[in-house]
Design a protein around this ligand. Structure first.
Ligand code: GDP
Length: 444
C-alpha cells in the first residue's frame, strides 16, 4: 500500500483520542507528537513538518466541535484539510499555448524516469485528443535516443531526432519547426540528465529553454528520494525557472516525503505523478485524493463533511452572530461608530449606549462630542488593547497611560471600557444570543 508507514503512523494519533469529548491543548499533545514523528519518518522536511503540526494544533483547539463528530474524527478531518493545503490545494493543470504548438520541456537527473515520462506524457495527451511530437534532446547517451524511439513507437507518437552530434538547443528548435509544419499540438522535449546537478547541464537546459520558449518546464523527480526531490525542484526553479514537477515511482515503497514537501518547499506544484512502469501509469496530481489515500479514512472524511454541512446550514447565522458579539472590540467599536456617524444617523448606536434611550438633536450633538472623546482615547491604545479590551479592564496602569496620552481623565477611560462591555452584552441580547458575555468588574 502506498505510504503505508505514514498511514499507520498517523493512525496512532487518532487512537489516542478515543474516549475524549473535546480537543484540548493537553489531549492533542501526544497525537501531535505522533503526527510529527510520522511525517518525519516519511521524510518530509523538518520546516514543513513544523509548520504543518503548528497549523493542525491551532485549528484543533481553535475550532469548535461539530455536533455528532468525535474529536478523533475531527482531527482526521483537520489533518486531511491541511495535507490538501500542503500539497497545493487544487489540482494544477498543464497549461497549453494559445496558438501554435505547446512546448513542454522535461528536465531531470538520470534514472528518475524522465525518458519514460516523455512517452507516458505523449500517451496521456493523445488520450486528451492532442497530437504530439517527442524530441530526442538527450544527445549524450545514444541509448536514450533509442529508448525514446522505441517508447514513441509503442504509444504511436513520432520522435524527432538528429543523432548525437547536434546541440540539444538546435535539435529542439528544429523539432519545434517540424511540429509547426505538421500542425502538431504538443512538442515534448527530452533533455539530458546527469547523475548530479552540474553546471553544464543547467547551461544546456537554459539554452534549450531559450531556443523554444516552452509553455511548461517540468522537472521530473523520483518520489523515492523524499525531501531531496523537493530540494531539487527548488534548485532547478532558481537556476532555470520551472513551472512544476512530475513525481515518478509513486507506486514503489516511497514514504511520501516528496509528495508532501515539493509544493511547500519550492513553491512549485506537482502537476503529474507516475505510478508504474506502464505507459498508462501517469495521471494528474490531485492533492485531495492524495491526502485521502494517505489517511485511508475516506468514510470518516465524508461523514465529518456531511456533519459539517448540516451544522453549517443550521448554525451559520447563529455562529456568525456569536463571533461578532464575542469579538466586538475597540476596532469594531470605532468602525461602527464612525460608519454610523458618517451616515448622519447616530441614533442606533446611541440607543445602544446605556442610559440613552430616546434621542433628541441635542443628545446627538452630545453623542458626537463623546464620540470624539472616545476616538481620542482609542487612538492611543495599542493594537493588542484594541483587540482585547479585557486588558484594559484588568490593568489600571494601562488605563492611566491611555488617560495621560489622550489628555483625558482616568474616569473617562474607565467609562469607555465599561461602555464597550455593555455594548457587547447589548449586542448579544439584540442578536438573541444570550449565553456568555458577562461584564467584567474593572480592577483597581
Ligand atoms: P531516465 O534516466 O530519467 O530517462 O529514466 P528512465 O525513463 O530510463 O527510467 C528509469 C527506470 O525507472 C526504468 O526502469 C523505468 O521503467 C522506471 N520507472 C520510470 N517511471 C516509473 C514509475 O512511475 N514507477 C516505477 N515503478 N518505475 C518507473
Amino acid at each position: 500500500e502506498m505510504f503505508g508507514q505514514l498511514t499507520s503512523g498517523l493512525e496512532a494519533a487518532w487512537t489516542k483520542l478515543k474516549g475524549e469529548d473535546v480537543l484540548t491543548k493537553e489531549n492533542i499533545a501526544e497525537p501531535m507528537r505522533d503526527i510529527r514523528r510520522a511525517l518525519l519518518e516519511a521524510d518530509v522536511s523538518l520546516p514543513v513538518v513544523r509548520r504543518f503540526v503548528q497549523a493542525v494544533s491551532e485549528q484543533a483547539v481553535g475550532v469548535g466541535l461539530i455536533r455528532g463528530v468525535r474529536p478523533d474524527q475531527q482531527l482526521v478531518k483537520i489533518v486531511n484539510d491541511e495535507l490538501v493545503k500542503l500539497m497545493g490545494g487544487e489540482v494544477s493543470d498543464l497549461v497549453f499555448a494559445k496558438s501554435g504548438p505547446t512546448v513542454i520541456l522535461l528536465a531531470g537527473l538520470q534514472g528518475v524516469g524522465k525518458t519514460t515520462v516523455c512517452a507516458k506524457l505523449a500517451f496521456y495527451l493523445k488520450k486528451l485528443g492532442k497530437s504530439c511530437l517527442l524530441v530526442a534532446g538527450d544527445v549524450y547517451r545514444p541509448a536514450a535516443i533509442d529508448q525514446l524511439s522505441i517508447l514513441g513507437e509503442q504509444v504511436g507518437v513520432p520522435v524527432y531526432k538528429e543523432g548525437t552530434d547536434v546541440k540539444p538547443s538546435q535539435i529542439a528548435r528544429n523539432g519545434l519547426e517540424e511540429a509547426k509544419k505538421k500542425k502538431i499540438d504538443v512538442v515534448i522535449v527530452d533533455t539530458a540528465g546527469r547523475l548530479q546537478i552540474d553546471k553544464s547541464m543547467m547551461e544546456e537546459l537554459k539554452e534549450v529553454k531559450k531556443a523554444v520558449n516552452p509553455t511548461e518546464v517540468l522537472l521530473v523527480v523520483d518520489a523515492m528520494t523524499g525531501q531531496e526531490a523537493a530540494a531539487l525542484v527548488t534548485t532547478f526553479n532558481i537556476e532555470i525557472g520551472i513551472t512544476g514537477a512530475i513525481l515518478t515511482k509513486l507506486d514503489g515503497d516511497s514514504r511520501g516525503g516528496a509528495a508532501l514537501s515539493v509544493r511547500e518547499v519550492s513553491g512549485k506544484p506537482i502537476k503529474l505523478v507516475g505510478r508504474g512502469e506502464r505507459m498508462e501509469d501517469l495521471e494528474p496530481f490531485y492533492p485531495d485524493r492524495m491526502a485521502g489515500r494517505i489517511l485511508g479514512m475516506g468514510d470518516v472524511l465524508s461523514f465529518v463533511e456531511k456533519a459539517q454541512e448540516v451544522m453549517k446550514q443550521e448554525d451559520a447565522e447563529e455562529l456568525q452572530k456569536k463571533i461578532m458579539s464575542a469579538k466586538f472590540d475597540f476596532n469594531d467599536f470605532l468602525k461602527q461608530t464612525r460608519a454610523v456617524a458618517k451616515m448622519g444617523s447616530m441614533s442606533r448606536v446611541i440607543g445602544m449606549i446605556p442610559g440613552m434611550g430616546k434621542v433628541t438633536p441635542s443628545q446627538i450633538r452630545e453623542a458626537e462630542k463623546s464620540l470624539k472623546i472616545m476616538e481620542s482615547m482609542i487612538n492611543v491604545m495599542t493594537d493588542e488593547e484594541r483587540e482585547k479590551p479585557e486588558l484594559l479592564a484588568e490593568s489600571p496602569t494601562r488605563r492611566k497611560r491611555i488617560a495621560s496620552e489622550s489628555g483625558k481623565t482616568e474616569q473617562q477611560v474607565s467609562q469607555l471600557v465599561a461602555q464597550l462591555f455593555q455594548m457587547r452584552v447589548r449586542m448579544k441580547n439584540l442578536l438573541g444570543v444570550m449565553e456568555g458575555g458577562s461584564i467584567p468588574a474593572l480592577n483597581n
